[in-house]
Design a protein around this ligand. Structure first.
Ligand SMILES: NC(=O)c1ccc[n+]([C@@H]2O[C@H](COP(=O)([O-])OP(=O)(O)OC[C@H]3O[C@@H](n4cnc5c(N)ncnc54)[C@H](O)[C@@H]3O)[C@@H](O)[C@H]2O)c1
Length: 552
């Protein structure tokens, strides 16, 4: 993709935050081609406002049908990872709102999807594009603060009413403990400490609690996270979305051996202040904006010194313009991505670990380094094939008395999600389940229900899934059984049902994949007739080990 190519963008969550990017994209040689939002009532207005030709209510449909190179993800936090992964696996570049993820498991999935994709992943941490923060970054990069050893960031944004409108906030931003929404505070600070990252955090909160309209206590009030970095610096982050007080989302402090910075805290007459030994040896405060007009201002990129008109018109004091510019330059291969996957993890993971610390009396906990996740790539899975000799012999599912084998019905999605989680197989979102429902063969999403309670207790799917290893293959997938109904042959029955479905559809390559440690499941597959596929040099040893354990 070269500088002259117009990059086509799809925006999901277009009726919310995603709706604010038009001028920034158009000014930088891109156009918004498609918008997507669940809000049908707002969709046409969004399409017109953003200048898009196409509008969708279904995100996957937009990814598959719209002529787009990249997506902006502006949906609620819990959708960021599933929607980023869907785009990355289709080779679409991603500019995703903050935070990157809502759990550490999600972070792992996202990192692995970004590593496997040729597409760019960038987290849209726009507070790193606030002009004062960009200038402090330039001063720090020039070494003017000396050794930086302390910083503070605060995001104080009272949103009790907004909670009731954008209900996802009630859980993710004010329901759970910890500082999940920490990137606006931590992001700029980490950029002031290049080459450093947070390795340990602890987090505590006051015991005072506000109550919502339903008289339910919020899960947090004013959590404070302390971070220790690899180079020994200390960072204090406070995220408070509930306290009755004026907003102050951009409070920062930085302390180094040769200078310090304090942002305006919003009080009357308050300004951003800086003190640098280079400026005066007496170490007095100076107005940051005034310093920007001196020779020190030359440290800013030319575009920041004299921003184009389009930048002045873009949101967040021009920050949106520069954020989009960086994203598009990375997509065009002109510059490295400024907030790529590991930067996004460095800004997001401390807050996710802080959730755990806040529920463990403020214990200091280690923060994983996402770069290391890629050094030990996940072990290849075991694969098994339905043998040629049985390809016209469909196995017969035998269902124990008291159980019923049938298809998943509409409205049972949450029960399905709960079953798959209980079987320790995966944590699906509703969106992922909708994706599964769309991708299985007709009549290929099997469940077994317990007649007495109506509970779903086992499941499997028959899904067309051609891979390099299995061209034209059909995968018997997502086989799960409720451990409380063990010993009833339920896993065997659902595996047989999905296998028989493929045989009825004429499939010649029917496979399943599993992990070495899932011994009870492997025993079921072997019993039914599946055979190990020795597709890699380590398979013979691994299967020998599996068989040895099964025979004990
Ligand atoms: N960087 C910033 O300054 C900033 C500011 C506000 C919000 N945010 C982030 O942006 C995101 C959105 O926040 P918001 O305030 O706009 O929330 P919102 O709830 O007002 O808007 C989200 C939009 O996404 C749509 N949506 C939800 N699920 C969808 C789906 N599956 N498919 C398509 N559309 C779907 C909703 O209908 C809604 O219009 C959040 O992650 C938030 O943290 C960032």
């Amino acid at each position: 993709m070269n500088a002259l190519t117009t990059i086509s963008i799809g925006i999901v969550g277009a009726a919310g935050r995603g709706g604010s990017f038009r001028s920034a994209f158009e000014a930088n040689g891109a156009r918004i081609t498609a918008v997507c939002d669940l809000r049908k009532d707002k969709l046409d207005e969004c399409r017109r406002t953003l200048g898009a030709a196409e509008a969708y209510t279904d995100y996957l449909e937009m990814l598959d049908k719209a002529p787009i190179d990249a997506v902006v993800i502006g949906t609620p936090m819990q959708l960021h990872v599933p929607q980023s992964i869907e785009a990355l696996t289709r080779g679409k570049h991603v500019l995703c709102e903050v935070p990157a993820a809502v759990s550490i498991d999600e972070c792992r999935e996202l990192v692995s999807a970004a590593a496997a994709s040729k597409a760019i992943y960038m987290m849209a941490e726009n507070y790193t594009y606030i002009k004062s923060n960009v200038f402090v970054r330039a001063l720090a990069a020039a070494g003017l603060f000396g050794t930086v050893y302390y910083a503070e960031g605060e995001y104080l944004h009272e949103l009790k009413e907004l909670n009731e409108v954008t209900k996802w906030r009630r859980h993710w931003q004010t329901g759970i403990p910890g500082v999940t929404y920490c990137t606006h505070s931590l992001g700029p600070i980490l950029q002031w400490m290049p080459g450093d990252r947070v390795t340990r955090v602890c987090c505590e909160d006051t015991t005072f609690r506000y109550r919502d309209r339903r008289d339910e206590p919020y899960g947090q009030t004013t959590p404070v996270m302390l971070c220790k970095t690899a180079k020994g610096a200390l960072i204090k982050i406070r995220v408070d979305m509930l306290s009755n007080r004026p907003h102050a989302m951009t409070n920062y402090q930085l302390q180094g051996s040769d200078g310090c910075y304090e942002s305006a805290r919003g009080g009357p007459g308050d300004v951003h202040k800086i003190c640098l030994r280079e400026l005066d040896h007496e170490m007095h405060w100076h107005d940051l904006d005034a310093v920007m007009q001196t020779v020190f201002g030359q440290l800013l990129d030319a575009a920041w010194r004299t921003p184009p008109e389009e930048a002045k018109r873009a949101g967040h004091g021009g920050g949106d313009y520069f954020e989009v510019l960086d994203f598009l330059s990375a997509v065009r291969g002109e510059t490295p991505c400024r907030i790529g996957i590991h930067d996004a993890m460095d800004m997001t993971l401390p807050g996710l670990v802080s959730q755990q610390s806040a529920t463990q009396d403020g214990a200091w906990l280690n923060v994983p380094d996402s770069r290391q996740w890629l050094q030990n790539p996940p072990r290849r899975q075991l694969h098994m094939l339905w043998p040629e000799r049985l390809r016209d012999t469909p196995p017969v599912p035998r269902v124990a008395d008291g159980y019923e084998l049938r298809q998943l019905a509409d409205g049972e999605e949450d029960a399905y999600i709960a079953l798959v989680k209980k079987a320790d197989l995966a944590s699906f979102t509703r969106e992922q389940v909708e994706g599964i429902k769309r991708s299985v063969l007709p009549g290929g999403l099997f469940v077994i229900a317990h007649r007495a309670t109506g509970a779903l207790v086992a499941t499997s799917i028959a899904q067309h899934r051609a891979t390099e290893l299995h061209p034209h293959g059909g995968e018997v997938g997502w086989i799960a059984a409720d451990p409380e109904h063990k010993g009833k042959g339920l896993g065997l029955a659902v595996t047989a049902a999905a296998t028989a479905r493929f045989i009825a559809a004429g499939y010649r390559r029917i496979y399943l994949s599993t992990d070495d440690f899932r011994l009870p499941a492997i025993a079921v597959y072997l019993k039914l007739g599946f055979e190990p596929l020795m597709y890699a040099p380590d398979m013979a040893d691994r299967w020998a080990a599996v068989r040895a354990q099964l025979s004990r």
